[in-house]
Design a protein around this ligand. Sequence first.
Ligand code: 1PZ
Length: 222
Amino acid sequence: LGRCSGGDFLLERMTSAFLACVPFPGDQDILLESYVEGWAQLLKFLNALGTLFGFISDEVVSKMEILQQHRGRDDGDGSHQEYVSLKSMVHHELSREMVDFKGTSRDGLPSGCRTLLRLHRALLWLHLFLDKLGRSSEHESSSTLCGEAYSLTLAHHHGWLVRNTASLAFLALPSRGRLFELFCPGDTGQAVRELQGAVAAIKQVTDITEKVYEQHRMLDLP
Ligand code: 1PZ
C-alpha cells in the first residue's frame, strides 16, 4: 500500500526519525541526533495547530535548545562525542557530576539528563494519545482522548497552572477527522496505519529511555 502523499506533516517523518534513534536494538541505546530530529518533526505539527499551542511549542523549543547546546551544534569538529547517544550522555554527565539530584543548583545550563527526561515524559503522553486516537471510533472527541491521555501521564508532573492551561488548549484541538486529514489527507485507513507505525516507533524509544533512567535512578530528577 502506498504512503500518504501531499501535505507536509508527516507522521511518517516523525516515525522514521524515532526509528532511526535505535539503529541497533540490542544496544538498548538512543541516538540523540535522531531524537532531536523526531522532536523537530513534532514541532512542525504543533505549529500547524495554531497560535493557541504556542506556549507548548515554546517549551519544546527551549528544551531542544538546551540539548543542542550540550551537543555543541555548530562545532562540527566532533568534540561532543559525549552527546552522541543517551547512554554516552548519561555516563558523561554522571561522571562529571553534572546531574543535580536535589534541585539545588540554580544557575548554569540544566543537565541534558533532566532536560531529556521532560521530553521523555511528553513522549509517554504522545504514545498514549496516538494509540487512543488510532483505536478510536468516529464519534469520539480528540479533546477528550487527549485529556484522558494527559491525566494518565504528563499531568502527574505538572502543577495546577500548567494543567489548567493545557486543558484549555485541548479544547482547541482540531477534531478527530481533521487530525486524520493532517496525518494522511483523504485516506482514513492509511492514517490509522501511519498512527500505528508512529506508536510502535515511539514505544521502542520510550521503553529504552525508561530503562536507562531507571537503572540510574533518574526518573524523578528535579
Ligand atoms: C497537541 C496537543 C499537545 C498537548 C500536549 C500536552 C500539553 C502539555 C502542556 C505543556 C506545558 C508547557 C509549559 C511548561 C511546562 C514545564 O514546566 C514542564 C516541566 O519542565 P521544567 O519546568 O521542569 O523545566 N515541561 C514539560 O513537561 C515538557 C512538556 C512538553 C510538551 C510537549 C508536547 C508535545 C506535543 C507534540 C504534539 C504532537
